[in-house]
Design a binder for this molecule. Structure first.
Ligand code: CMP
Length: 143
């Protein structure tokens, strides 16, 4: 079954949004395969965001994501990668529709509350970067 990597960013943790965000994916019907509150070291942040290393905001991006705890998750379900992106809304909260996570809670493109994998290749890479195999739980879930 398809899996994606989602992460409540430091602004979302600070603003007590872990519960709301987790609840949206639970209610949608996806299955939580793993989750942890963690701080990200600079080396992990640079690897995770490697595709943006030549962007002018790279330093800001790494600085922000390492600035406080994040809530890292793996969610499982049919078409979960694309649907989670729809539920998150556009990267820049000013363009994100009301009812999406960023549309409801985000204000700036840097502090946009949540990260989610944008393709199956990214999901595989990001899940492996953040989770050991033993941290991902396999179990039966009807709905
Ligand atoms: P995310 O989905 O985590 O992937 C890359 C991140 O870069 C993106 O969310 C934004 O938070 C961030 N980002 C994109 N553009 C900018 C920018 N102009 N300034 C700061 N951060 C940015």
């Amino acid at each position: 079954m398809e899996k994606t990597f989602l992460m409540v960013k430091p602004d979302g943790v600070q603003r007590n949004l872990i519960g709301d965000i987790t609840s949206r994916f639970e209610k949608k019907g996806y299955k939580l395969a793993g989750a942890k509150l963690m701080t990200i070291k600079e080396a992990l942040a640079e690897e995770h965001y490697g595709e943006h290393s030549d962007k002018p905001f790279f330093g800001e991006l790494v600085g922000f994501i390492t600035s406080g705890p994040v809530f890292a998750m793996v969610w499982e379900g049919e078409n979960v990668i694309a649907t989670a992106r729809q539920m998150m809304g556009a990267t820049n909260p000013k363009d994100a529709a009301a009812g999406t996570i960023r549309g409801d809670y985000g204000v700036t493109v840097g502090k946009n509350v949540i990260h989610g994998s944008d393709s199956s290749e990214s999901a595989d890479r990001e899940i492996k970067l953040f989770f050991d195999k033993a941290e991902l739980i396999t179990y039966e879930k009807d709905n």
